[in-house]
Design a protein around this ligand. Structure first.
Ligand code: C2E
Ligand code: CA
Ligand code: CA
Length: 709
């Protein structure tokens, strides 16, 4: 045997003090190793010269059956498909004098297939002839395990490569060890390699909010895992997405830290959807403003803040004036656009710490925080009025809407959300009653008025059924104080409330739809009364009836008036209808059309309360009205205020130049009468001449005076 043979280790390897029977040691070793030691000839059959006892266990054949056998050869034992590969492997090593190691299958005696590993080397035998010596080991179990591992690895790799979730391993300090294609895709990279190369500092490059990585790490270190950790991150192109991470710490066998490992899901869509839902729950869809829900929260916060800081908090209830006209006449789409426009203006008027909420319809609530002077609140309110009052262009036309604002202050007008809102609402109604486009603060008196208003509302319903209404007539005279007509004024005598002023009950009737039956009642009475007045000489005595804008724009008014006239036998030219400019605020074309229809019918039209409110004198030209009534406030101010007198003069001369009949109302003294007559006013009405009188009294007055007051 060669000294380099594996069966013949060098002496030094086994050296001990006592002499060793080397061949015995070798025999023991060789025959007790699991496996088969061999010597063979590199011939076609791989003729075996020697095999160890292990041969039996390995192949099922006894050594004698294989060694120098004509029966079965190693060549034949070798699995047919592997033979060429094994021979090539061994030959290649032999050619350069190297050790070889090949794995292949053998077929054992009972036909089972085993995986073996054969390691060997070419040597010269005792006679100097070339042989191969080596060792063949059964590695079937190992092979199976490896294969299983490989397959498992393959499977995991598949999951890793094809998962729709991003998968990562990172170091503690935020560098990637591994990333899968999904992660690359989520973060906007073409490949994982690109991602790993580019995203070298997760903490600062990835998270929109730097502190997220700290938080992530803190949770991982505390719990060894994080679940559904949601953060906003930057993609490669700088866009932002929301992700949810699940991760855990990976430890080595000795419990040492290896890495963080986890998954990433892109939840941007879900998040957007959630946000959308939240927005929908808390915001008004049309204007995007906070809704009643969110207002409640904000108001609570504002109250707490006001209590803490000791500032005023103003809760402002805002209701648009004349919004319904726009909505009813131009349609909801235009109404919506108007609301969106107003919402924008309101937001613009306030500071970012303040809140504008929309309660629905044309109702808004403003929360003005941190004011320490009432005057600064007033300044904001004035700005709101101006801004809301600016013209809005809808369908190519300009519209003006004002707003009525009611203000409740914390702490004096209430210290909880409910009472503040309620009181602001009450104050808003007061603003409406003050003639709109103004603001009112809440006071105790206002509160009482609101309660009274509620009482009035129910009383009004009952009154309509019982026809507790009456119409009084107030004379109108010409410059020679001859009666030319009378204005019909509604009167309500209530059993316990006494006489209620139309200024109070007409707006209430308007709000709850009672104005329609009420107005029909008044029209009928007024026309019936006028039919009974005998014309004086050549002058007919005309009756003037007030019509609310809402009613005026209602569908069948012209037809109804025509019918009433016919039934009463009253010529149309004996009737005047008094309307206010606000009928023109909505669909002014429609208003003009109705005006024209009335003209055609033959009734006269008067523009009431002229010189107040929105008055723009320019549109007067194209309106088919016959009469303008100068508002009482202008008449009252004539003597006291030079500016008012100027306006009155201007209105009169404008009316004259447009060939309208100019009527002054509220004339209480001779000085006013003289001034107005001098300026060229055509007709006059007021306590100086006559108070409003019951129908019979007015008829009596006509006869008694012969038409001269
Ligand atoms: P208006 O149309 O401006 O009516 C004139 C108001 O001034 C009446 O008040 C009248 O009594 C009052 N008045 C007349 N002369 C004088 C005067 O010399 N000095 C003062 N201080 N006041 C004078 P009234 O009857 O209380 O009506 C108030 C408002 O109620 C009316 O203002 C009108 O807008 C509304 N109204 C009255 N009747 C009706 C009606 O039948 N239908 C509608 N839609 N509104 C009505
Ligand atoms: Ca009137
Ligand atoms: Ca008037």
């Amino acid at each position: 045997m060669s000294r380099s043979s594996p069966f013949h280790p060098r002496r030094s390897a086994l050296s001990t003090a006592a002499p060793v029977d080397r061949s015995r040691v070798l025999d023991t070793l060789v025959n007790n190793l699991a496996g088969m030691a061999y010597r063979c000839v590199d011939d076609a059959r791989w003729t075996l010269r020697f095999v160890s006892h292990g041969c039996l266990e390995l192949t099922g054949y006894a050594p004698a059956e294989l060694v120098d056998s004509d029966g079965i050869s190693w060549e034949e034992l070798t699995f047919a498909e592997d033979r060429m590969r094994v021979r090539a492997g061994i030959r290649a090593a032999v050619a350069v004098g190297r050790r070889f190691s090949v794995q292949y299958r053998i077929v054992t005696r009972d036909g089972t297939i085993k995986w073996v590993i054969e390691r060997g080397i070419a040597v010269a035998d005792e006679a100097g002839a070339p042989v191969i010596e080596g060792f063949v080991e059964d590695v079937t179990r190992l092979h199976e395990t490896m294969e299983a591992l490989e397959q498992a690895e393959l499977r995991y790799r598949h999951i890793f490569e094809h998962a729709s979730e991003g998968i990562f391993q990172t170091t503690r300090d935020g560098r990637y060890l591994a990333a899968n294609p999904a992660l690359a895709r989520i973060y906007g990279y073409a490949t994982p390699e690109e991602l790993i190369a580019d995203l070298a500092d997760i903490e600062h490059q990835l998270y929109v909010n730097d502190s997220r990585r700290d938080e992530f790490r803190r949770l991982l270190e505390a719990n060894d895992e994080v679940i559904n950790f949601e953060s906003e991150v930057f993609r490669r192109d700088g866009s932002r997405i929301w992700i949810s991470e699940n991760a855990h710490v990976v430890h080595g066998p000795a419990g040492e830290f290896l890495c963080y490992e986890g998954t990433v899901q892109d939840i941007t869509e879900r998040r957007n959807y959630q946000e959308q839902l939240e927005r929908q729950a808390n915001h008004d869809l049309l204007t995007g403003l906070p809704n009643r829900n969110l207002l409640g929260d904000r108001l609570e916060q504002s109250i707490m803040r006001a209590e803490r800081l000791g500032y005023f908090l103003a809760v402002v209830f805002l209701d648009l004036d004349n919004f319904k006209f726009v909505n009813d006449s131009l349609g909801h789409a235009a109404g919506d656009r108007l609301l969106v426009e107003i919402a924008g203006r309101l937001r613009h008027c306030l500071r970012s710490a303040d809140t504008v909420a929309r309660l629905g319809g044309d109702e808004f609530v403003l929360l003005l925080n941190d004011h320490y002077r009432i005057s600064s609140i007033i300044a904001v309110l004035e700005r709101v009025l101006v801004d809301v009052g600016r013209a809005v262009v809808l369908d190519g036309r300009e519209f003006q809407v004002g707003a009525s604002l009611g203000v409740a202050l914390h702490p004096q007008d209430g210290d909880d959300a409910e009472s503040l809102l309620k009181h602001a609402d009450v104050a808003m109604y007061a603003a409406k009653n003050r003639g709109r486009n103004n603001f009112q603060f809440f006071t105790r008196e206002l509160n009482q008025m609101a309660e009274e208003r509620l009482n009035l509302e129910s009383a009004l319903r009952a009154a309509l059924e019982q026809e507790e209404f009456d119409v009084h007539f107030q004379a109108k005279v010409d410059h020679r104080r001859r009666i030319v007509g009378a204005e019909a004024l509604a009167r309500w005598h209530h059993a316990s409330l006494g006489t209620v002023s139309p200024d109070r009950f007409i707006p209430i009737a308007e709000d709850n739809g009672l104005n329609v039956p009420l107005s029909h009642l008044i029209l009928r009475r007024a026309i019936a009364a006028a039919a009974a007045w005998a014309p004086l000489h050549d002058r007919p005595v005309r009756v003037a009836v007030n019509l609310s804008p809402k009613l005026f724009l209602a569908d069948d008014l012209v037809g109804r008036v025509a019918t009433l006239l016919r039934e009463a036998g009253l010529p149309p030219e004996r009737v005047e209808l008094e309307i206010t400019e606000s009928v023109l605020l909505g669909d002014s074309e429609r208003a003009v059309r109705i005006l024209s229809e009335f003209k055609e019918l033959g009734v006269a039209l008067a523009l009431d309360d002229f010189g107040t409110g929105y008055s723009s004198l320019s549109y007067l030209r194209r309106l088919p009205v016959d009469i303008i009534k100068i508002d009482r406030s202008l008449v009252t101010g004539i003597e006291r205020d030079e500016e008012v007198a100027m306006i009155a003069r201007a209105v009169i001369s404008l009316g004259q130049s447009l060939r309208k009949t100019v009527v002054a109302e509220g004339v209480e003294d001779a000085a006013q009468f003289d001034f107005l007559r001098y300026q060229g006013c055509n007709e006059f009405q007021g306590y100086l001449l006559a108070r409003p009188l019951p129908a019979d009294d007015f008829a009596a007055l006509l006869e008694r005076s012969g038409g001269q007051l």
